[in-house]
Design a protein around this ligand. Sequence first.
Ligand code: HEC
Length: 109
Amino acid sequence: MTPHKHLLHLAFAGLLGLAAVSPLHAAATAEQRQAALLASSCANCHGTDGKLAGSIPAIAGRPASVLESQLLSFKRGEMPHATVMDRLARGYTDEELAILARYFANINR
Ligand code: HEC
């Protein structure tokens, strides 16, 4: 192999390496896009980024596990004082609620 061909070979191996990594990367950004879209319907009440202070509880920066279990409880009708969240949560799959929980947990208050 000439030195030149060897370089090409290395470059090609590098490209293959990138291609092997990118599906993971694409999955992350797909979830981020889906999360932003889902979360946009929460902003009306909870404020942009879930930081609104007022009678509606702030949800940003809480642990994802707490948010997720609250959302699942709303969905299953296990939150006796719910006014709107019980109906709202039923509009999402469990997976979408988990995505929303992770999204708001990652926003700093
Ligand atoms: C129509 C207004 C409205 C919208 C839209 C809304 N929420 Fe709520 N949310 C509330 C109210 C009001 C409460 C207090 C519980 C209740 O009355 O149902 C609440 C409570 C919560 C709680 C529990 C917080 C706590 O400490 O008790 C979480 C978590 C939550 N909402 C997440 C979300 C997410 C995620 C979305 C978007 C999918 C969303 N909410 C959309 C009004 C809203």
